[in-house]
Ligand binder design. Structure first.
Ligand code: EPU
Length: 337
């Protein structure tokens, strides 16, 4: 067995049968995808909760190509590139747009799977194409932005193409005409007319560092749960009891609620089971104090889901991908009536 603790940022001490490192996408032709496998980038959104009886395919290919056009830039990025370094390298070159997404851990290839987003910006709007290896046709394919079916922390790679498509390259399109996105609370204090993209990125880094633990210091996988989207009627009912509940518009007749707020209201900040803790500064984050296992993590997930369901009648979905003995596992709380 091969140790996985250092290959995922939640750092549980589990293992897998085999690890294959992909430095060149053509190596994918020689991987046996008929056996259980799990594609991994930096491991910042995947947690191994048991020993995985299969092969971990690590995507390590590198390369960034920038092509200038009249009104925009095309940036073609190998899936194994580090996301944060890409954002900062582009900003230094004067290519703006991704500054609100700075300091998000992970690789370029993982970013479209969950359509990473932060501070009012989602990756989807910059995607030109996503290229990868289809493990059924054994051919490389390119999907355009519409074909990726992006949604809130969602894409076709979590549904129809789940376990079928290994992302190897992503094409971004960044407009030369830049406007800052400053809608998120603490960014509103910046002066829209004067602020530079580098200053926005500095402000975002400051906010993230004040709320989110650094995985190198305290193992974690970022937001553990998705912000739930509920019917307007459900929201209105909750408002009668919780007047100051944060909520955001989420399409007609729907509201997105803040899972961190719900977890905090349920009194769970600091709740812990054998080394897995609900983080005090941001209840949406779970941290590993260093001596925990997959079973303690599952206990915490169940408890959080159960308490939020009982108090608010809301089912929280974990946003982080959990890998058990035979592959992906989804933990759910049963409906409360
Ligand atoms: N809140 C609390 N208590 C908490 C946490 C949050 O009351 O413990 C409240 C906040 O005061 C605020 C609201 O909940 O009113 C939302 O909190 P925050 O602004 O911190 O953002 P979030 O909804 O908890 C999402 C993303 C983050 C992203 C931030 C900023 C998801 C699952 N998470 O968190 O993404 O950085 O917005 O845009 O959508 C990630 O995906 O790993 C991640 C960190």
């Amino acid at each position: 067995m091969q140790a996985l603790q250092s290959l995922h940022t939640f750092a549980l001490p589990h293992a897998c049968q085999d690890i294959v490192n992909i430095d060149d996408p053509l190596q994918l032709h020689s991987v046996d995808f008929s056996q259980p496998f799990c594609v991994l980038g930096a491991g910042s959104n995947t947690v191994f909760i048991e020993d995985f009886i299969g092969t971990v395919v690590r995507i390590n290919n590198k390369g960034v190509e920038i092509v200038e056009h009249g009104t925009f830039w095309n940036v073609n990025v190998a899936a194994g590139e580090n996301w944060h370094s890409l954002v900062t390298d582009l900003l230094v070159k004067g290519i703006a747009g991704l500054e609100n997404l700075v300091l998000i851990p992970g690789t370029m290839g993982a970013a479209p799977v969950q359509n990473i987003g932060a501070y009012g910006v989602e990756l989807a709007k910059f995607i030109d194409y996503v290229e990868g290896f289809n493990v059924e046709t054994l051919a490389f394919e390119r999907l355009n932005q519409a074909q990726c079916q992006f949604g809130y922390r969602d894409s076709i790679f979590k549904h129809k193409l789940k376990n079928k498509f290994v992302i190897t390259k992503v094409g971004l399109r960044l407009n030369k005409q830049w406007r800052p996105t400053l809608d998120y609370g603490p960014l509103q204090k910046l002066n829209e007319a004067k602020v530079t993209a580098l200053q926005v990125s500095d402000a975002v880094m400051e906010i993230r560092q004040s709320k989110l633990p650094n995985p190198d210091e305290l193992p974690n996988a970022g937001s553990f749960f998705k912000n739930p989207i509920v019917l307007e009627a459900h929201y209105q009912k909750l408002c009668t009891e919780y007047a100051n509940m944060p909520a955001y518009p989420a399409g007609q007749g729907m509201r997105k609620l803040a899972a961190g707020w719900l977890i905090e209201q349920a009194g769970l900040k600091g709740y812990s089971v054998a080394g897995v803790r609900v983080y005090e500064k941001q209840a949406l984050v779970l941290v590993n104090e260093g001596y925990s296992s997959g079973s303690s993590l599952c206990s915490v997930i169940h408890h959080v889901q159960h308490c939020v369901a009982r108090q608010f009648n809301i089912q929280l979905e974990h946003e982080v991908r959990l890998i058990g003995r035979e592959g992906e596992v989804i933990l759910q709380e049963k409906s409360h009536g």
